[in-house]
Each structure stands twice: as C-alpha cells, then as structure tokens.
Design a protein around this ligand. Structure first.
Ligand SMILES: C[S@@+](CC[C@H](N)C(=O)[O-])C[C@H]1O[C@@H](n2cnc3c(N)ncnc32)[C@H](O)[C@@H]1O
Length: 223
C-alpha cells in the first residue's frame, strides 16, 4: 500500500481542478466568513515586504498580498495549481514538493519577512520542512500557520494520526485525501523542534458558530 504521504500529494494532482473551482467560486463558507481574513490580518499585522506562501494552491493569498503592494512568492507541489496561480497573475510561483524543499533540490529564494502556510501542512513529519523554512526567514521574520482547529477536527479522538478527508459536501469529483491530525501540543512541539518559539496563537471563530474555524499560530525563530 502506498504511504499516506505520497497519496496525499497525489490526491491534489487529482483534485486540483475542483479545488480551483471551490476556491474561486467562494463555496467554502468557513474561508469566506472567517479564515481568509484571519490569515490575511495575521500577515498584514507583521508589515512584511516579502512573503513566501508555502503550499499556495491556486494562489488566492498571493494575489491578495500583491494587491497590497507586498512581494508574494508561492510554491506548491501540484503543477495544475501553480499554473492556475500564474495564469491569475502571480509571476513568482514554482512547483516543488515539500520533500524537494527539505532536500534543497529547488531554490525558492530566502530573506522572507513572513512564510505563510494556510491549511497546507497536512503531512506527518513536518519538522524537517519547518526547519528548512526557518532558514529562509529574514531577521525579524515569522512563520504563520493556519490549520484545522485540533479540537474542532478531533471528532472524538484527540490523538495524532492519519485521517481521511472525503470532501463530502463539495461539488465535483474528488479523490479522498489522507491528512495527519495533530493535537495542539503536537503542533507546539513541532515548532519547538524546528527552532521556533510561539509568538501568538489565535482561534478564529464566527460569532454564530459554537466552535473555532481554525487554529492560527505565529512563530518566530528562537535566535
Ligand atoms: C488545502 S490546500 C491549501 C492551498 C492554499 N494554501 C489555500 O489556502 O488555498 C493544500 C495545498 O498543499 C499542497 N501540498 C500538500 N502536500 C504537499 C507536498 N508534499 N508538497 C507540496 N505541496 C503540497 C497541495 O498541493 C495544496 O495546494
């Protein structure tokens, strides 16, 4: 059986087109109502000049940052999504898997004031990738991670482990995606092991929802 890690990126090759449609039609309510604005505000509050969007997908955050005069560079492991980001106006976007970034097989530049990972850290062993990202930050730079809220996503089992997203409720033909659930302490340990210290933690929430829509972590290199 293939490792969940390879099936994960494979699922994005399959799901790229329906994902582009879902994002661009604004059909994911939690994004429209809460999480897009949450990561944007977290990014803007650091007043970055140069941002790397790690796992940028079809590039909505790149475009949103560029509209505000910020240099936005993207990287993603799926060529269709990268092509869609380029076609929509983001010139600085490259195809590279996280594995290739860890092995430094691809040069995605450095000296970033901010590295954003918006719902893009879905694999198990994120520490080598976070360590590699740490090295790409400019002095005073930071990492912003937005992810599924561990408490909201736990579904009764609060334990690190592989889960499956079936995209039920999404329109179109989707291939199920394995993703690695991690508890809050597991997120914080991973940041620590990658040489970061937590600068802030937010739980973006819609006023009419009883649960947070995401977990947002801002981390800075420990120096
Ligand atoms: C849920 S999407 C989020 C996309 C974008 N950040 C956004 O907010 O719309 C997850 C992204 O992570 C990328 N990704 C997942 N695993 C990857 C890997 N191993 N290497 C590179 N990219 C990966 C996928 O291609 C996909 O674009």
């Amino acid at each position: 059986m293939p490792a969940p890690e390879s099936t994960l990126l494979q699922s994005w090759h399959h799901n790229a087109q329906p994902w582009i449609e879902a994002i661009r039609s604004g059909s994911i309510e939690s994004r429209q109502q809460v999480t897009n604005q949450a990561i944007l505000l977290a990014a803007l509050s650091r007043q970055p000049e140069r941002v790397l969007d790690l796992g940028c997908g079809e590039g909505w955050l790149l475009r949103t940052l560029a509209e505000r005069g910020i240099e936005a560079v993207g990287v993603d492991g799926d060529a269709t999504l990268v092509e869609a980001a380029r076609a929509a106006g983001s010139a600085q976007v490259q195809v590279a898997s996280y594995e290739a970034l860890v092995e430094a097989e691809v040069d995605i530049g450095s000296g970033y004031d901010l590295i954003c990972a918006n719902f893009a850290l879905l694999h198990q062993d994120i520490i080598p990738l976070l360590t590699a990202m740490n090295a790409l930050l400019a002095p005073g730079g930071a990492l912003v991670i937005q992810t599924l809220h561990p408490w909201s996503a736990a579904a009764g089992v609060y334990q690190d482990g592989w889960r499956e997203e079936t995209f039920a409720g999404f329109k179109g033909q989707w291939q199920p995606m394995p993703w690695y659930f991690r508890t809050l302490s597991s997120w914080l340990n991973a940041l620590d092991m990658a040489g970061f210290r937590l600068a802030s933690l937010q739980e973006p929430q819609h006023p009419q929802s009883p649960v947070p829509q995401s977990l947002l972590l801002v981390a800075e290199p420990r120096g």
